[in-house]
Design a protein around this ligand. Structure first.
Ligand code: FAD
Length: 464
């Protein structure tokens, strides 16, 4: 049987793949998108979106406990974990349905099945109905990633969970160990701790949220500890002894191994790319430590084959995947495309307090040889933050003292994940410190702190 021919075949319908498919179709390409499990990928089904739905429940629960502060009363603040999860799953389902509609609207051919590259522009797809052969000039591999499993610490779905189980928990943990304090680990720690789990976070690096600016990590840690979390830094879980209903964790810290008992462990120690079974190496695509090697245009070196999103390496973020999706679709349509500038991709963590950043930390800027000017502004100096009852946090900006370039921005506190985009646009447009200082920020908003932080770097802050 002859292969069905398309202009572009996308493998995987996560935020990388579905966006590539839609953009390609908008540009007039005949596009097929093959997905083996669920439209929307990890992001919409098991990542960004369902976690935010769960964290929203935790936030409302937290605010219920603070009702009195706002002149309100709540009889008895309580929660129903099953209902919290049901809401989160419903949100994911709604999002998945949205992708289906968008595919229809844009005339993307959506195929549910498992795809494999067969060489020379061919893709073979295994569906419930059998094996189908497709062909295209452009093939986009967007198969994403899954949780990394460390030997001895593997998830079992009962006592030791990955993010999937943590999003559909079989019970409410009483004594919870979270291994890893990157964005995923700390968001789950924040969720379960807020709902009352006695939560310990173990981080192998010297601080929580280790990719963030050191001052932001330190501030966030103080807040987590205030909320009752136990944080163990420069610590490593060496072994988990599992028995009925409990896990004894052997944790190495300060040269000694201590044993602690938990009823639940969440392992959040990173991710590995879904590179297996795709026929990548057979057609000559290079793989380095579970990620496809690409150039800045996501080209694999094999004519017409691109890799985007999590499978193409860090940062493992949905918006990076989507940007790459747009870029490869535009390349496939013969347009001039803009490669990503890694230092303009913001990272957001939706713990309580939230953390958001873009560009270089102060330490990284100094390491890179910059003479820096640093500005800081605390939430306590902002009227909107006080009115919201959110006086804890700060905004930090790092400038090149010589040129005035905004090298990095770092924030911790309420709603900072919404605010960071202001600085992202500034960096994208290569805005000077003068432009930022002359910009008028609306009042009263939390964003005024972004202005004040810039002013503070140049000795001109008004409200501190
Ligand atoms: P994915 O979303 O992983 O999609 C890949 C798709 O390919 C999957 O649907 C898979 O089924 C399919 N597939 C794989 N192999 C095949 C095959 N052979 N044939 C057909 N289909 C195949 N990022 C953020 O930016 N913000 C966040 O707040 C955030 N929160 C997260 C929270 C959690 C708990 C997790 C786990 C991740 C989070 N992420 C977040 C990361 C984000 O989910 C990923 O960066 C993003 O999903 C990557 O998109 P992708 O398109 O590369 O891959």
């Amino acid at each position: 049987m002859a292969a069905k021919n398309f202009d572009m075949i996308v493998i995987g319908a996560g935020p990388g793949g579905y966006v590539a498919a839609i953009r390609g179709a908008q540009l007039g390409l005949n596009v097929a998108c093959v997905e083996r499990e669920h439209l929307g990928g990890i992001c919409l089904n098991w990542g960004c979106i369902p976690t935010k739905a769960m964290l929203r429940s935790a936030e409302v629960f937290h605010l219920m406990h603070r009702a009195k502060e706002f002149g309100l009363s709540v009889e008895k603040a309580d929660f129903d974990l099953e209902a919290v999860v049901k809401r989160s799953r419903g949100v994911s389902k709604q999002m998945e349905g949205g992708i289906k509609t968008l595919f229809k609207k844009n005339k993307v051919t959506s195929i549910m099945g498992t795809a494999k590259l067969a060489g020379n522009g061919k893709v073979s797809v295994t569906t419930d109905a059998g094996v189908e052969e497709l062909s295209a000039k452009h093939i986009v591999v967007a198969t994403g990633a899954r949780a990394r499993e460390l030997p001895g610490l593997e998830a079992d779905g009962d006592l030791v969970w990955t993010y999937k189980t943590a999003l559909t928990p079989p019970r409410m943990p009483k004594k919870l160990l979270v291994i890893g304090s990157g964005a995923i680990g700390i968001e789950f720690a924040s969720f379960y701790n807020t709902l009352g789990a006695d939560t310990t976070v173990v981080e192998v690096m010297d601080r929580v949220l280790p990719v963030e600016d050191a001052e932001i990590s330190a501030f966030a840690k103080k807040q987590f500890v205030k909320q009752g979390m136990k944080i163990m830094e420069k610590a490593m879980v060496k072994q988990l002894d599992r028995s009925k209903g409990k896990v004894v964790a052997h944790i190495e810290v300060g040269g000694k191994v201590e044993q602690q008992e938990f009823d639940t462990v969440i392992s959040a120690v990173g991710i590995v790319g879904n590179v297996e079974g795709l026929g990548l190496e057979e057609i000559g695509v290079k793989i380095d430590r579970t990620h496809v090697v690409t150039d800045e245009y996501c080209r694999t070196g094999i004519d017409g084959v691109y890799a985007i999103g999590d499978i193409a390496g860090a940062p493992w973020l949905a918006h990076k995947a989507s940007h790459e999706g747009v870029m490869v679709a535009e390349l496939a349509a013969g347009l001039k495309a803009h490669p990503i500038k890694p230092n303009t991709i913001a990272g957001c963590t939706y713990c309580h307090p939230q953390v958001a950043s873009v560009g270089l930390t102060e330490a990284k800027a100094k390491e890179a040889g910059y003479d820096v000017k640093v500005g800081k502004f605390p939430f306590i100096g902002n009227g909107k933050a006080i009115a919201l009852g959110e006086p804890e946090g700060f905004v930090k900006t790092v400038f090149d003292a010589k040129t005035g370039e905004l090298l990095g921005a770092h924030m911790v506190g309420a709603e900072v994940t919404e605010m960071i985009q202001g600085y992202v646009i500034g960096r994208q447009l290569e805005t000077t410190e003068q432009d930022l200082m002359e910009t008028v920020f609306p009042h009263p908003t939390l964003s005024e702190m972004m202005h004040e932080s810039v002013l503070s770097a140049f000795g001109r802050a008004i409200h501190i």
